[in-house]
Design a protein around this ligand. Sequence first.
Ligand code: PRX
Length: 650
Amino acid sequence: MSQENIESVLDETRVFEPPQSDTSFSSIADWQRACDNFEADFEGTWGDLARQNLTWQKPFHTVLNSDKPPFYRWFEDGNINLSENCLDRHVNNGLGERTAIIWEGEPGDVRHISYQQLLAEVCQAANSLKTLGVVKGDRVIIYMPMIPEAAVAMLACARIGATHSVVFGAFSAQALRDRVEDAAATLIITADGGYRRGAVHSLKNSVDEALSQGCPSLKHVLVVKRGQNDVNWVDNRDIDWTTLLTQQATTCPPETIASEHPLFILYTSGSTGKPKGIVHSTGGYLLWAHLTMLYSFDFKPASDVFWCTADVGWITGHTYSVYGPLSNGGTTVMYEGVPTYPDAGRLWKICQDHKVSIFYTAPTAIRALNKAGDQYPNAYDLSKLRVLGTVGEPINPEAWMWYYKVIGGERCPVVDTWWQTETGGHMLAPMPFATPTKPGSATHALPGIATEIVDAQGDVVQKGGGLLVITKPWPSMLRGIWGDEVRFIETYWQKFADKGYYFAGDGARKDEDGYFWIMGRVDDVLNVSGHRLGTMEIESALVSHDAVAEAAVVGCPDDIKGEGIFAFVILKTAVTEGLEQELRAHVTKTIGAIAKPDVIRFTENLPKTRSGKIMRRLLRDIAAGREITSDISTLEDQAVVAQLQGKTVS
Ligand code: PRX
């Protein structure tokens, strides 16, 4: 978080009482009671919730197995099929005609898909996967635009027990290849292309490029024709989605799946090395996806239209565009394109046209749409909205107030939800009709979730700043990093190993009312427009260019994106014209456009301590144009600072 934002958050004292509602959590006492139930009987309460809210193929007897921390196992002797929970049980309950997905394409084409139709299509897709030889435990990569087939593909994998790994469609061919290889996937499900900013963005070309040097595990590529753009076709490898699906039966018995079976792997950035494959289970993950829809959004499946704007390539899209709403038998909205096409009113038009009642997006989008002007939201009827959510990065109080006033008409509670790819679902969030809110605070832990702020020794800080930890296991916790047990332990559990706490990587502060305020990452992870990027990942991409000798990347304040990317680069060669552009293009090609540096500053030196460590805090001060707060007395060469500040031309 930028210094200015931190200051505005620290000064924030406004409190907004929750609106009255006759919902099941309608006062802070209801929240407290739910928390007390866990306090009184932690495992019993989780067990009851899992039995009451989900349909099990075989009931579980053991709620939590903590024999080998941090390898916790939830409901492990139970069997549960996620696809059955999201589809069959609603159809069997007479809800087959209810709309499961309202989808809008960027050009304006709309589809309403009922639960009955979705079940039939998922069964056809599941049968198609079987025809292609995919069996339980195989990994399937999903690299798609935001079209209903992306959700169908996820649910089809879940139905037969294939572990899916969705790769965000804007990631590069190389990033895709890395993920296919790490997961040793046998199948990629993709599309020819999808619409973005009025043009078709090709995905199939990236798949071809990713596989161009061979990929031993990969057998087939299943292609949805969405963009109708010309694509290369590799016979025997590439298969047309529609042709294959229409040959299949519309029924497919749900496979028997153990609760701990890996539902998906989702790659996310860390502070070191390559992105890590976060592994999530089936039963525990689904339980929290289901419950948080009720706790944080007060979701009423029979009457609400829920829209989470996240792409399915991110955890938010997994849990709140697909699995959470569908597990509850509600209606979820999916939109293919960008929020500003054809203009900054697009999201508000979609809210109006589809009668969206719960809307969930990232602060970046809120800030950008705020900046575009009130005339856009004011042109649409937003009266159906009743709850607003935000996620992914700290929200500054100004953006919160605009969201609350202009979008929510001062009648909709704003739920600021703090969580991570690793947590599977919300950890800190207000309950919209129970918790008084403060602009910029994610308020409290949800019932069942134990969060604390601790100092470097792991001692609890009652009031003030420190590190955010989760002190007890929870059902939707990550089960590991794909293929890397050591990294799993080192990243999340080693820091407070003696206490058994999960270390989230965020700094946070607790105020006098016990409210949590997230202060941002304390490691070398950036949060650019709510997207997580490792500084090392971007540095490696830069260094892989022939002209670059060394690079150091830090975040810098950005009014819209929250954090921008600032790269200090030492060249092997002299600066040539166009090199800056070339380096940006190189990073885009290596990772994707979201990782493109905003600023590249060429330098002859990087500030290092005598032990050779790059002084990142100093670089952050320079990137922000701030007064230097770091102690630079240990700096080898004091003249470096002036050059880094751009005062000397190299
Ligand atoms: O730094 C926190 C920030 O996003 C990180 C997690 O990123 P990712 O795994 O990509 O998941 C994003 C969506 C869940 C966190 O470590 N973050 C997430 N939500 C918030 C947040 N920072 C402040 N406030 C939030 N509400």
